[in-house]
Design a protein around this ligand. Sequence first.
Ligand SMILES: Nc1ncnc2c1ncn2[C@@H]1O[C@H](COP(=O)(O)OP(=O)(O)OP(=O)(O)O)[C@@H](O)[C@H]1O
Length: 272
Amino acid sequence: MADCNHDCGSCGESCEERQGGIPKAPMNSESKIRKVIGVVSGKGGVGKSSVTSMLAVAASHLGKQVAVMDADITGPSIPKAFGITDKAMGNDEIILPQATKGGIKTMSINLLLENETDPVVWRGPVLSNVIQQFWSNVVWGDIDVMFVDMPPGTGDVALTVYQTLPVDGIVIVTSPQELVGMIVEKAYKMAEMMNVPVLGIVENMSYFRCPDCGSEHAIFGESHVEEVAASYGIKNIAKLPIDPALAAACDNGTIEDYRTDAMDRLADALIR
Ligand SMILES: Nc1ncnc2c1ncn2[C@@H]1O[C@H](COP(=O)(O)OP(=O)(O)OP(=O)(O)O)[C@@H](O)[C@H]1O
């Protein structure tokens, strides 16, 4: 390999010289993905998919070729947030991703299921296989940065993502309540065990700004994100308010029309 940098932790190739660990899945041969950023959370429902979508939109506005892989196989939300209803096409060997209005390439199990309300009742190995296929069989093309909406928690499928994809770094999404507990620490330690740097932390639902008087209220408890980030040495922090307009954008499939300075700044720092 001509451009080998001998850093097997950041490479997806399964070459003869690979040092240690489980070989990553081979990247689709017609694709070139330069950076993979995982978006993780300690548990479901804290806004991981929303943040994944917002980061992708922000990166796209920075002029990057962007992709989103929905690796949250049992709780896929990416197509809905982007308003994608057409199914992905493919054959036995390849799958073509669907593009959003703004040109972000996406792949999700919901783009393959006949009926998107069908539950995915599959065991771990089958879920793992799907993630591998999303990497190896999807023709992503030329991509500057791929955001991966990871399965919530630190279980089997999250482990598969770390082991299968050449994740360059992760962003942890959390709520103020989670930050004071052990959940974020678990997510951080899992990334550490997998030798993946934590690039940023997003405190979602951090506060609510009163639309009448502009005062801020810590509905889910006071913010501790600065202390927690400092204790782990995480440089990039973003706080997002509780915003009914965000919930509406996710529900209506118009997340590309929802922009925040916090996400624009974070995306810039992540892909710089
Ligand atoms: N800051 C926010 N303000 C208002 N609503 C929000 C906010 N963040 C997320 N939501 C809403 O909360 C719900 C859950 O968000 P989301 O799907 O992004 O969470 P998740 O962590 O990915 O959940 P899961 O792991 O179950 O997929 C969605 O309806 C979303 O629109």
